[in-house]
Design a protein around this ligand. Structure first.
Ligand SMILES: [Zn+2]
Ligand SMILES: [Zn+2]
Length: 139
């Protein structure tokens, strides 16, 4: 398999990153925390091993819960990534911050139990009420 490289960053360009290889998963989150952090009805995430992602500039971290940290550009506010103690060694990158957001199509929805009634996606992707266990993807 050929090694792929993706790039992305914030709106002002202060934060840039490159990603090597494929995501472990990609999905759209409807949880209330993502909604508030991104001020958006839902947020598309691609999960990678932290070792796959290299930042030119470290984004600023905010502890959005006891377990989770969200990182963003302190200059323009673009939300870049999410890490949490319950997913050690892994990092979610906001697909919307990729230079080519078409490069990683989401595979399912999660926290769909929280989704907004007016934000209905016209896709046939699986919708999980909460966050699915990793093994559920193989079922
Ligand atoms: Zn910025
Ligand atoms: Zn979320």
């Amino acid at each position: 398999m050929t090694e792929t490289t993706l790039s992305g960053g914030c709106q002002c360009g202060d934060i840039r990153y490159t990603i090597t290889g494929q995501p472990l998963m990609a999905a759209i989150c409807h949880c209330t925390m993502c909604r508030r952090a991104h001020a958006a009805p839902a947020v598309a995430w691609a999960m990678f091993a932290e070792s796959q992602v290299a930042f030119d500039n470290e984004p600023k971290a905010f502890g959005s819960s006891a377990d989770g940290q969200r990182r963003f550009c302190p200059n323009c506010g673009t939300q870049i990534c999410f890490t949490a103690s319950y997913i050690p060694g892994l990092i979610d990158i906001s697909i919307g911050s990729l230079d080519d957001a078409e490069a990683i199509p989401p595979e399912f929805h999660y926290w769909y139990s929280k989704h907004l009634s007016w934000a209905e996606f016209a896709d046939g992707l699986p919708r999980h009420a909460e966050f699915p266990p990793l093994a559920e993807d193989e079922a």
